[in-house]
Design a protein around this ligand. Sequence first.
Ligand SMILES: [Zn+2]
Length: 320
Amino acid sequence: MLKKILLLIVVIVVIVFGIIIFNSQDKDQNQADLKVVTNIYPAYDLVSQIAKEEVQITLVNNQGVDPHDFEPTGKQIAEIEDADIFIYFDEISGWVDDVLPKLKQKDIRLVNLTDSVDLLEIGEENETEHKEEGVDEKGEKHHKSFDPHVWMDPQNMQALAKVVAIELSLLDSTNSRLYETNSQIYIQNLDLLDTSLAKNLEQCLVNKIVTSHDAFDYLGNRYNFEIFPISGIDPSEEPSPQKIIELSKIVEDARINVILFETQVSDDFAKTIANETNSSVEVLYSMESPTTSQLEEFGDYVGFMKENEKSLTVALQCNK
Ligand SMILES: [Zn+2]
């Protein structure tokens, strides 16, 4: 009898443990399922706002390296090739074009966010500069006729939040309601940001800004100010002495007294123009490659844009 009871206990224990192990495996698979890889921070922010903890998100272009020059490591390439879905902004980092053929072969879902918004063409001025300064073959290939910095317009980010929620739901229908709800919340936050920017940048004494590189046309286009970049679309293009003189004249004529610079590129030329025109300098974030400490300080896309709002309010001399 005792043997039978012991045997019964053993059988019960085995069954119970079996169920626990089976369930936990099942749960693990569900939880860690979707591997999402993004190329630059604004794409990472979109996915993390909408998916929260539900997916594994990788940001390839990290640690404050300018994406126009960034090259992923072998380990990162392996991570990209192991993804379920690659969500990216086109034409900002050359390496994306290099990995796409392999990702297509591997049947990884590709989401080019740039395809879902209206694009601005690169100004005539920049195109001429490219030709005059002899951009290398790679540069020509990676900078077509449109401006890639689409995320700088919060209304574009609203449209892209919908795209990301749909794309994640297609691969992970179990969480589709969560993705939908989170995207709605994010769209509302972006709406508040948009309203605040429109209000605070409406009445300003100046309507021109000088920036490090040509990353802010979508922002200026939305809130009605003009951008005079020191470098072109590619921040590593150095301005000619003639360009510095021209920009200094624009600064004086437009009564600009703040030059805006970015932290991921050299601020030398911004400081030269500031010195020559008796202006001060402020940071404007393009969010192409925030540093860890900036991420800790500002938190997310909206946080960075609130900082930009402060700098722009000063640079454009608004609400005075
Ligand atoms: Zn850029």
